[in-house]
Design a protein around this ligand. Structure first.
Ligand code: NAD
Length: 679
């Protein structure tokens, strides 16, 4: 491309953004046949509600266009269960551009445009034309009119205005001040009694609410890198926790299932952790895709052959990963029959969605199962339940011999229990196995403030990302010299991760990186980036952010806050306080979502983005906000009497005298029981 054509392209791109919803409607284009599309949604609206959905969609357009648009929108609603307004898809290619390409009065607003476009980039997003970034229903916007209007507002806004986003709908620009967030996002906020999955279906079909997942609706998704990192940290720590004889990972066996979107990172994590791993996957396309990508070493189609090869690898103490093309239940049963000891076990089938393809029952072929779920859903549900009972029975045989089994946040234990499987504890008030947050992420990471800090180099230059890797690594190595023993291991894991990050070629979309750091680590790394922007070593500003799957941002009783045992796991004060606290400490944008990970109505979660530009003002903001963004959650975890968190918040108070946190006293069990007359 000549520089003249690229200059023209840039002008057209900027003009289209500035035009918002164009006065002259673009010509309709068919949906792409190459991209993945969102599943057809349930036909949930009554006839009257369908009229309402149409009126809601048409209010984005002048009345003289309604006769033209109405039949089109009616057809979309009928065919897909939603009105996406495909006609308004922009004509330019969707991907993050260097920050200076965006037409804007404010660099902060331009950085948000960059992040929005990254979340919708076909290389990054799951169903880009339906504005879904990941997780099947994690929306950035509900329709293309919202996208166009939002980009237009961002191009117009000054640093004395704030854009208000209601579940993808830009309510408008409101006067504010330079220190206020430029954008405030809420997704799926509903009255608590109306937060069942069908309430989402109805409100989303009406165009009045959306499921933002975690980083989809908050413009902070960075592709598969986040998952590889999180899974590696989980598997590494699970192996360590179970290394009772101190022999290390070599020769330990990890059995799990799922080579899909997130689960596909398991074999890669197993290799990094140095164990033998077996990941069952029923879908040949998923298994071979991961094999071709180099995420799993071998695909084996016969369970007898698998048993022999795995035995040999365990004896040889190899770090190797096997995909078994078939049902995970068959693996658990075959390994039991062969007397093969499994050190660690888990499951990452999509049991948050058991009746529509998230879990394939044992005893049915893959295609047979697909047919049955579409044509005889009741029979399919019976198979799923029977399979879950068989699945749990096989796992129980292994755990009786010493296998450590954990739930991987995929609702395995929840759905197994609902199917009548033997997974409840003796008291019947909980599961007999822990979740990965209860045993691993919570006590080892979140309670100490370690969580998924991330950043994006807005210059779009790979050299900038490389330099930030070096800077982050230097900072962590420096902090490591003085770090107390309790947190050395976490820091060491992340130093190793960042050293290998470039070689692992993890970037998809924007120039982004993730690592786990505590409050001090996050602040020091961010300050060092700010210095490097100021003295010109970095070519452009940097966006700081994090996954919502973190210390403070998420109240989720079956995941992030599952290791809170003071009865407050079902409260959501922490996430809401976090959102509000980030807002007045200098975040560039903030978000609060209902749903994310475990489902609508099951979790409240929030996040932030912050543009740093090398100024003293950026340093003030990042110090103030990152400190709160981590210590809020540590304080709550400490108040819940979590040991690591009590240690971490005491340390934080020593480091920052202005921090004064209410500490819990521990009551003696005898005193409590005696007073209540309990034995
Ligand atoms: N990795 C993480 O960081 C993480 C964290 C928390 C929760 N989760 C949960 O893990 C689950 C998986 O996520 P995903 O994005 O990989 O989903 P996905 O649907 O893309 O992948 C799941 C895979 O499991 C396979 N499968 C289903 N039943 C099977 C069976 N009986 N035997 C063998 N294979 C079977 C499916 O074919 C599919 O490829 C979700 O419920 C998610 O919420 C993941």
């Amino acid at each position: 491309m000549t520089s003249a054509t690229s200059a023209i392209e840039l002008q057209l791109f900027q003009a289209e953004i500035k035009a918002g919803i164009p006065a002259q409607l673009p010509t309709p284009q068919p949906r792409s046949s190459e991209l993945s599309h969102a599943p057809v949604r349930k036909d949930i609206l009554t006839a009257k509600e369908k009229e309402l959905a149409m009126r809601n969609a048409l209010r984005y357009f002048p009345a003289d266009q309604h006769a033209k648009l109405a039949p089109e929108f009616a057809e979309e609603l009928k065919r897909y269960g939603r009105i996406y307004m495909y006609r308004l898809r922009p004509s330019y290619a969707m991907h993050a551009r260097p920050i200076e390409a965006y037409p804007a009065q404010s660099a902060q607003a331009a950085s948000i445009m960059l992040m929005i476009q990254n979340n919708l980039d076909p290389a990054v997003a799951q169903h880009p034309e339906e504005l879904i970034t990941y997780g099947g229903n994690g929306g950035v916007f509900q329709n293309w009119a919202q996208y166009r209007l939002t980009m237009q507002y961002l191009s117009q806004m000054t640093e004395e205005q704030t854009l208000v986003m209601y579940s993808g709908h830009p309510m408008g620009l409101f006067p504010s001040h330079t220190d206020a967030p430029r954008v405030v996002v809420t997704n799926g906020m509903v009255i608590p009694n109306y937060s069942k999955p069908d309430d989402w279906e109805r409100m989303n079909a009406l165009g009045v609410s959306q499921y933002g997942q975690m980083t989809a609706g908050s413009y902070m998704y960075i592709g598969p890198q986040g998952i590889v990192h999180g899974t590696t940290i989980t598997v590494l720590n699970a192996v360590r926790m179970n290394d009772k004889d101190g022999s290390g990972p070599a020769g330990k066996l990890f059995v799990t299932a799922g080579l899909g979107g997130m689960s596909g990172a398991q074999p890669k994590a197993g290799n990094i952790a140095g164990v033998v791993s077996v990941t069952a996957e029923v879908n040949p396309a998923a298994a071979y895709k991961r094999h071709e990508q180099g995420w799993v070493d071998h695909v084996v189609e016969d369970v007898k052959e698998l048993t022999t090869r795995v035995k040999a690898s365990v004896d040889a103490k190899e770090a190797v990963s096997y995909a078994y093309l078939g049902n995970v239940v068959d693996v658990w049963e075959a390994f039991d029959a062969a007397g093969l000891f499994v050190d660690l076990g888990s499951d990452q089938t999509s049991l948050h969605n058991p009746w529509a393809g998230g879990y394939y029952p044992a005893g049915l072929g893959f295609e047979e199962a697909n047919d049955m779920m579409a044509n005889d859903p009741d029979a399919f549900a019976t198979y799923v339940k029977a399979s879950l009972r068989r699945h749990a029975e096989a796992v129980n045989k292994h755990t009786a011999r010493g296998t450590y089994f954990f739930d991987y946040g995929n609702a395995f234990l929840l759905e197994a229990s609902r199917s009548g499987a033997d997974v409840m504890n003796e008291e019947g008030d909980g599961f007999k196995y822990p979740s990965y947050v209860q045993d691993i992420m919570g006590p080892m990471c979140f309670d100490y403030g370690f969580g998924p800090f991330r950043w994006v180099c807005t210059s779009g230059k790979a050299e900038d990302l490389e330099l930030t890797d070096t800077i982050a690594c230097d900072v962590l190595e420096q902090l490591m010299q003085e770090a107390p023993d309790d947190i050395k291991q976490q820091m060491d894991d992340n130093i190793r991760w960042i050293k290998g990050a470039k070689a692992n070629r993890l970037v998809v979309g924007s120039q982004a990186r993730i690592l786990y750091a505590d409050a001090q680590g996050r602040m020091e790394i961010a300050k060092a980036f700010n210095d490097a922007i100021a003295d010109g070593r970095l070519a452009g500003p940097v966006v700081l952010g994090r996954d919502h799957h973190d210390v403070s941002g998420t109240d989720s009783p079956f995941r992030e806050t599952s290791n809170i045992y003071d009865g407050s796991a079902f409260t959501a004060d922490m996430a809401v306080q976090n959102f509000a606290g980030d807002a007045f400490r200098g975040a560039t944008w903030i978000s609060l979502h209902n749903g994310g990970g475990v489902g609508w109505g099951e979790v409240m979660n929030g996040g932030f983005g912050m543009l740093i530009d090398g100024s003293a003002d950026s340093e003030r903001r990042l110090t103030s906000m990152l400190h709160w963004d981590v210590n809020n959650g540590i304080a709550r975890r400490s108040w819940a009497r979590n040991e690591g968190a009590e240690w971490a918040i005491r340390r934080a108070m020593e480091q920052e005298p202005r921090l004064k946190v209410t500490m819990p006293a521990h009551a003696d069990d005898d005193v409590v029981r005696k007073a209540l007359g309990h034995d």
